[in-house]
Design a binder for this molecule. Structure first.
Ligand SMILES: [Zn+2]
Length: 153
């Protein structure tokens, strides 16, 4: 059984399920962008795999029909497309991704239903000005520096 994980699933998990885990490169990039400590810990366990353009178009068509297109990032689309290519199960807590999976007949599960221990909360600290944020930010909204993920205690 192959699970394909989206960023929301990966960000919320304390441990990985003991199955084959595949992710598109974009998902790993997101973890790296936050200097997430789990990248080091999980690096060897994640199978990073590119999806085919053919599957990307199929997913975009389905998202257009369902009205989810505007709510899906390119990375989200590549997660679903990779599940098509690998015949995998999408692991996500994102409702738009789940909806497109449903329409396309792709099996999906939420992180909670898999019984995976979730991380309580993560906070994000700017590497430049040192300000803390509750929500995930691509770059610091104040000074534009990169962010680092910290587990809330
Ligand atoms: Zn800053």
């Amino acid at each position: 059984m192959t699970f394909v994980l989206d960023s929301s699933a990966l960000f919320s998990m304390e441990d990985l399920p003991s199955d084959d885990i595949a992710v598109p490169p974009g998902v790993v990039d997101e973890l790296r962008r936050y200097n997430d400590p789990r990248v080091e810990r999980w690096g060897d366990l994640l199978r990073v795999s590119e999806c085919t353009e053919r599957s990307v178009s199929k997913v975009k068509d389905a998202a257009m029909r369902s009205g989810d297109a505007g709510r899906l990032s390119d990375v989200d689309v590549s997660v679903i497309a990779l599940a098509v290519d690998l015949n995998g199960i999408v692991l996500t807590d994102d409702f738009s991704i789940q909806n497109v999976c449903k329409i396309m007949g792709i099996e999906y599960r939420s992180v909670a239903t898999e019984g995976i221990k979730k991380v309580e909360k993560w906070n994000y600290k700017c590497n430049g000005c040192g300000k803390w944020f509750k929500e995930k930010q691509n770059d610091c909204p104040i000074c534009g520096s990169s962010m680092k993920a910290h587990r809330k205690r």
